[in-house]
Design a protein around this ligand. Sequence first.
Ligand SMILES: Cc1cc2nc3c(=O)[nH]c(=O)nc-3n(C[C@H](O)[C@H](O)[C@H](O)COP(=O)(O)O)c2cc1C
Length: 181
Amino acid sequence: MSETLIVYGTRYSATTEACAEIQKILEKEYNQHVEIWDLENYRACPDLSDYDNIIIASGIKYGKWTKNAEKYLSNNFEGKKVAVFISSAFAGDEDLHKYAYENFLIKVLKEYPNLEPIAKAAFGGRIPKKELPEFAKGPKKFIPKIASSQILTRLHENQYDNRDWDKIEKWAHEVGKLFNS
Ligand SMILES: Cc1cc2nc3c(=O)[nH]c(=O)nc-3n(C[C@H](O)[C@H](O)[C@H](O)COP(=O)(O)O)c2cc1C
């Protein structure tokens, strides 16, 4: 049985739920023992030397990872299999997925050249209803004007949860196979 640690940073729990789904698949179908950890409590995080595989995840707010999830990327992962994903409203939007993948994931990982993930993904997100007005003020700052108007139109259609669970599950299977290979 291989040992897997999932660590994540979240502000509104969308990332937590994706991690829990991935944990379930890795345990049930890939015979892994999985520990899951919210990096809000960074200090007490399990020692990564006890694990063969690590999944690192973060929600995105105003274009940024949580502080602790990004800090975690600077660990030494030598000899470990590492997979990384983000939860981002833009990533769940057909027209903005590439923008989110490049800007919120690839660009951030470039800052940590020693980290060579075996799998990477940008999943959609969920914006709590009460945060929608705040979000609607934000996008113009982060994305090209045309895309920003597209996502705001969709918000009016009340699409505030654009997570694709099939995509998350498919990725968990992909990662499970890679971790066991
Ligand atoms: C105030 C606010 C700002 C946000 N900024 C972004 C952003 O810049 N890019 C993006 O893709 N999503 C943005 N989102 C959407 C979040 O990425 C989405 O809700 C994500 O699932 C949050 O993950 P978490 O619940 O784990 O924190 C924002 C949401 C809020 C409420």
